[in-house]
Design a protein around this ligand. Structure first.
Ligand code: GLC
Length: 804
């Protein structure tokens, strides 16, 4: 027994015997004699959807998580009935359903390996208190099985042995193991016998996952209401599982503008205008690259959304323009609570149009947040979302704000024990009226969605940028995210590293933490180590609560400033590399951060690693997570890797000590990689970029790398105006060949590539580009070879004599 209502213990109920089945194109229905129906839909050969009802018919099929752009279609679907079971076969999976008890098992169709099987399978308990059921599923946890995913859980990357709750919660100063926190991403990947599968439990009620915690050989998930409704994804590669889940729940609708991948500086709060300017001009004076400056709640008039405090910000339009002229994009916070104030236009509009949430008996949902007593828009109503989007017109179109930060959207309510709305609050849920029990976990997502549409409209033809704290599966389509109110501690640096990796394998890649910690104040050393990690997080922002001292890169001692600058500069150099990884994420759902298990699931050493990860396709990073460290031990995955700082080649597949004094961190580049780099800029677009550096790392054998470029903003890339360059490196004893394959219509600003050749085992005696021999004078060699070539070369050969 997993959970019971307190009021009445009805006990677990089970499907009895399947009496018959029906097939309707891609969907199969199995009927038991106690009114249970299993609806099994073949979404793709490797993706099946399981949906159960206990009352003989299904609710309206509606989900906020699933995107209309999800791929569908399969090559094969066969169903066969045997005496005791049904067998459904696709080109990837064989699914067996026992007639007695409806238990399901899943096999790899090719080699018959058992991938996943129901233990007691689907069962339920009636809820006397609310009506409906508590729906439950129990599966066998296989020998040596590991589990990953579930969004932002702040503990060990491998979920095995733990139980979790999904209930989006404002969690100021949460700690390791606090559960739940801000997000509900009910998706996990299971891995055993080198085969990975995923389960996405698309149910927005409070849900629970137990990974072999209560019983060693059982993994269960259940929810306080709604349907047992889950998707099963088969890999066997973990990356395929994550990509399939991301395909179903959506990739970001567009690439972020490139500036959003730069460095962001934030604090609660920078005001008045003179303070904001002091911060931005210090960045420029100290030559620390930065693209975005944030205004937290104090920019508003009494915390009223869509207003300005005119005393501190007398002319926001001028200020935003001046900041922009200096290369800074202004991002402002917008919370969901609307102050109850009959003279405030947003409140009046909301009230007149009946846009605010109400309690079961008709009164408005009233709760305290920063502005005092507030009403809250029902973002689950399409009309309300349209209204909300429209509210951004002045802020974005007229004042020129470039990004919006949605906070407190769990929704957070102050001074109440449950920190949010009571259960009885009513929601439209896009025409499927329900209580807060069902809508709670999607409230923040729908707010971010409405904000996104506002930005999209009023920023057009530029791309929108939104950031949210609360999220449900699918929120990645609209916005970036951060991990909420963490603490300036070494433990939180460990947590931040795990959360960013976990979010990446939960389909939500554009994520980062409050660098340095939100609550309390870091020492310079912790801040430095956190920046070092942060340069590898897609969302790269310093934020702090501000009441514990300053947290700008110059708030510590000069050494800190210099090291922080050096690392932020590396981030700016790597922008074309990160942008390419982002394009791969937007295009195929490929995670931008790969935990070692995602990178090499075959190697069991990776299954319990937490600290090391691969950024993009070829860079291995491992933060230093302890004070006073001169380096650390880390696991380098199989293959040969170049130390980023020294070019020393190491053979992976083992744990090793890596030197990393405070001005360094363990970074390795995979042999054969070609890493594109920009020159250092103070902000994206500062310089005209005529040349991109390609750091070429020799490998004996072949390796592919990519470089994606476009206008760095706007939508032209969706019409083919992008440039995708695929580089194939082939290394031999005394020859290095690079083939380039080009795609797309975009003419890049850069004309040339500067190749820097690392680790060449021979001296270059001959250069040939597209069948032409090139003078050796073009080659420079100051310990390392470099050569400038036209960006459109197709085939380049470097030949020479082997070094002794
Ligand atoms: C919440 C947010 C934090 C923000 C603060 C004030 O605590 O998580 O980032 O600075 O509210 O708006």
């Amino acid at each position: 027994m997993i959970t019971n209502t307190e009021l009445e213990n009805k006990g677990n109920l089970f499907p009895t015997k399947i009496l018959n089945f029906k097939k309707d194109v891609d969907t199969l229905y199995f009927y038991t004699d106690n009114d249970v129906i299993l609806q099994l839909k073949v979404v793709r050969d490797s993706v099946l959807r399981f949906r159960y009802t206990t009352v003989g018919n299904f609710d309206n099929d509606f989900s906020y998580a699933i995107t209309k752009y999800a791929s569908t279609g399969y090559n094969k679907l066969e169903i066969k009935g045997e005496e005791d079971k049904y067998i459904i076969t696709t080109s990837k999976l064989r699914c067996e359903i026992l007639k007695q008890g409806m238990r399901v098992s899943m096999y790899d169709v090719k080699d018959n390996t058992l991938i996943n099987e129901d233990e007691i399978g689907f069962h339920w308990e009636e809820s006397y208190e609310y009506g409906g059921n508590i729906v439950k599923m129990s599966k066998v946890s296989q020998d040596g099985e590991s589990y990953y995913g579930l969004g932002d859980k702040p503990n060990h990357l491998n979920l095995k042995g733990k139980r979790y709750t999904n209930w989006v919660t404002d969690s100021y100063a949460y700690g390791k193991d606090t559960d739940p926190i801000y997000k509900d991403i009910p998706f996990y990947t299971g891995l055993h016998n080198n085969k990975a599968y995923g389960i996405f439990f698309d149910n927005t009620f409070q849900s629970f996952f137990d990974f072999a915690h209560e019983r060693r050989n059982v993994t269960s998930f259940w929810a306080q209401g709604g349907e047992m409704n889950y998707y099963f994804f088969y890999g066997p590669k973990m990356t395929d599982v994550v990509e399939s889940y991301t395909d179903l729940t959506g990739k970001p609708h567009q690439l972020p503008p490139m500036w959003a991948l730069g460095f962001h500086q934030c604090k609660w709060s920078y005001y008045p205008e003179a303070k904001v300017k002091e911060i931005t001009s210090t960045f420029r004076k100290l030559k620390i690259p930065c693209d975005a400056i944030y205004l937290d709640i104090d920019y508003m008039d009494g915390f009223r959304c869509f207003t300005w405090d005119k005393e501190h910000f007398p002319d926001p339009k001028r200020m935003v323009k001046e900041l922009e002229d200096d290369g800074f994009k202004t991002v402002v916070i917008i919370d969901p609570g609307i102050k109850i104030d009959k003279d405030y236009w947003v409140f009046k509009e909301g009230l007149e149009n009946d846009y605010f949430c109400k309690r079961a008996d008709g009164a408005h949902m009233k709760g305290k947040v920063w502005p005092g007593e507030c009403y809250f828009p029902d973002f689950t109503k399409p009309e309300v979302r349209d209204w909300w989007s429209g509210l951004f017109k002045e802020l974005i179109e007229d004042i020129g704000v470039k990004g919006v930060w949605n906070d407190m959207n769990e929704p957070a309510v102050m001074e109440v024990p449950n920190k949010t709305f009571p259960d009885d609050v009513r929601h439209d849920y896009d025409g499927n009226p329900c209580s807060h029990r069902k809508a709670h976990n999607v409230y923040g997502m729908q707010m971010a969605r409405a904000t996104y549409h506002g930005l999209k409209k009023f920023r057009y033809p530029k791309r929108p940028f939104v950031i949210t704290r609360a999220a449900y599966s699918g929120t990645q389509r609209y916005t970036s995210t951060w991990t909420g109110d963490n603490i300036a501690s070494w433990e939180h640096l460990w947590i931040a590293n795990i959360q960013a990796q976990r979010m990446a394998m939960s389909g939500f890649g554009f994520a980062g933490s409050d660098i340095g910690g939100f609550a309390e104040q870091p020492q310079g050393e912790l801040f430095t180590r956190w920046i070092q990690l942060g340069i590898f997080h897609p969302f790269f922002r310093v934020h702090s609560s501000g009441d514990h001292g300053d947290q700008e890169p110059w708030a510590f001692d000069e050494d800190v400033t210099d090291i922080v600058r050096k690392f932020i500069e590396i981030r700016y150099q790597l922008l074309p590399y990160l942008y390419t990884a982002f394009w791969n994420y937007v295009d195929h759902g490929t995670p931008m951060l790969k935990s070692l298990v995602l990178y090499d699931q075959e190697d069991v050493h990776t299954h319990y690693r937490t600290d090391e990860f691969v950024f993009g396709e070829h860079i291995l990073a491992c933060p230093v997570l302890e004070p006073n460290a001169k380096g650390r031990r880390m696991y380098v995955p199989k293959g040969q890797w170049f130390n980023y700082w020294t070019d020393e080649v190491v053979k992976g597949g083992k744990e090793m000590w890596v030197d990393a004094d405070i001005d360094s961190m363990p970074i390795f580049v995979k042999e054969g990689a070609i890493i594109p780099k920009y020159p250092i800029q103070q902000y994206v677009g500062e310089k005209e970029i005529n040349e991109i550096t390609l750091d070429v790392y020799y490998k004996k054998g072949k390796e592919d790398s990519e470089l994606y470029s476009d206008a760095n903003d706007g939508y032209d890339y969706t019409k083919g105006r992008y440039s995708l360059r695929n580089f194939r490196l082939t290394g031999r004893k005394n020859e290095l060949i690079i083939n380039q394959f080009k795609e797309g219509k975009y003419v890049t600003e850069y004309q040339d590539f500067r190749l820097i050749i690392h680790g060449l085992p021979f001296t270059i005696e001959e250069i040939e580009i597209d069948n032409q021999t090139i003078s050796l004078e073009r080659l420079s060699n100051d310990g390392i070879y470099s050569l400038v070539v036209d960006k459109n070369f197709s085939e380049l050969h470097l030949k020479g004599n082997e070094l002794n």
